[in-house]
Design a protein around this ligand. Structure first.
Ligand code: NAP
Length: 304
């Protein structure tokens, strides 16, 4: 029996583990793949306090080491269910079953798709959801990035230094991305903004050859000859397995305020899978601290 089981080993989950260990609670972190979450795909973190430049992978490695160093146990298994058995939280994974007094959901989110025919089949043959993972395959080629958020614009910036040309395709002419990032991208001579446009067709033989984009204002269709398409249209919370456990909003985010309490007693939430207006590294780690602090209080109050 652990005091606290953290589901998810991204920045929110690992920070929760650090805080819970510093409160002398036994902690198990369950991580489905590798620790670090989506930040491992960020080449350069510029907006986290203290260091002006830090690779996401290095950040993740250091936080994981910090959590382990403080005594958190990390097990690489995907949690598929959480239920309550007489006040004990039972977390079922693909391989086993763990018991805890409190649970913190820090499961993050996964890439949203465009939903175009052949999108899945072309992954690895032109379609990618990770510029830093796959960008090097497109050196000296032409690629498109779809999206208008920070991820899309940062991906386009990264790719502009690697490839011949980048089309930035966005369905509006205003961006969710930070102004500074948009301004930096506008300065790149090999980036063409294709605005008010959405991809409607992927043209491929063995590999991707082109994408067709439709102007949302006049309906005209333009073909962009690209060998790579980087889809960066946001993320969907990984909460489907917990829909019977806690209240979710329409987008699938766990409903909780700043105190990270969910609708289920003893179940807390942290990071990108929580309802919140700003999803950043700094807000994920802040959530981890808050969720752990509240979970510790819950465990103390429930102690016989
Ligand atoms: P996001 O901010 O939700 O942006 C998604 C973008 O994709 C939006 O521009 C959206 O258009 C567009 N989009 C959504 N569905 C689409 C579709 N079906 N077809 C075409 N376009 C579509 O997602 P994100 O960029 O992945 O960022 C997620 C969170 O992480 C954000 O809070 C972001 O600020 C944060 N983040 C921060 C950093 C950083 O600070 N360095 C880096 C990366 C991400 P509309 O604008 O028209 O809705």
């Amino acid at each position: 029996m652990y005091d606290i089981i953290v589901i998810g080993g991204g920045p929110a989950g690992l920070t929760a583990a650090i805080y819970a260990r510093r409160a002398a609670r036994s902690v198990l972190v369950l991580e489905a793949l590798v620790c670090g979450g989506q930040i491992i795909n960020t080449p350069d973190i510029e907006n986290y306090p203290v260091e002006a430049h830090l690779a996401g992978y290095d950040f993740a490695t250091r936080v994981e080491a910090q959590a382990r160093g403080l005594g958190a146990e990390i097990v690489f298994e995907r949690a598929v269910e959480v239920h309550d058995e007489g006040g004990v939280k039972v977390v079922v994974t693909e391989k086993g079953r763990y018991e805890g007094r409190a649970v913190i959901l820090a499961v993050g989110s996964r890439n949203r798709k465009l939903g175009l025919p052949e999108e899945d089949e072309l992954v690895g043959r032109g379609v990618s959801y990770c510029a830093t993972c796959d960008g090097a395959f497109y050196r000296k080629k032409t690629v498109a990035v779809v999206g208008g958020g920070n991820t899309a614009l940062e991906d386009a910036l990264y790719l502009a230094d690697l490839v011949d040309k980048v089309f930035l395709v966005h369905r509006r002419d205003a961006f969710r991305a930070e102004e500074a990032t948009v301004a930096r991208l506008r300065e790149k001579p090999n980036v063409e903004f294709v605005l008010n446009a959405v991809p409607v067709r992927l043209v491929a033989e063995q590999n991707l050859l082109a994408i067709e984009v439709k102007d949302v204002k006049d309906g005209s269709v333009r073909t962009l000859e690209v060998s790579g398409l980087f889809v960066a249209v946001g993320r969907t919370p990984e909460t489907a397995a917990f829909r019977d456990l806690v209240a979710l909003d329409a987008a699938g985010c766990v409903v909780a305020g700043e105190d990270c309490h969910t609708s289920a007693p003893g179940v807390f939430v942290a990071g990108d899978c929580r309802v919140k207006p700003l999803r950043q590294l700094v807000t994920a780690t802040a959530d981890g601290a808050m969720a752990a602090t509240e979970a510790v209080k819950f465990v103390q109050s429930a102690a016989p």
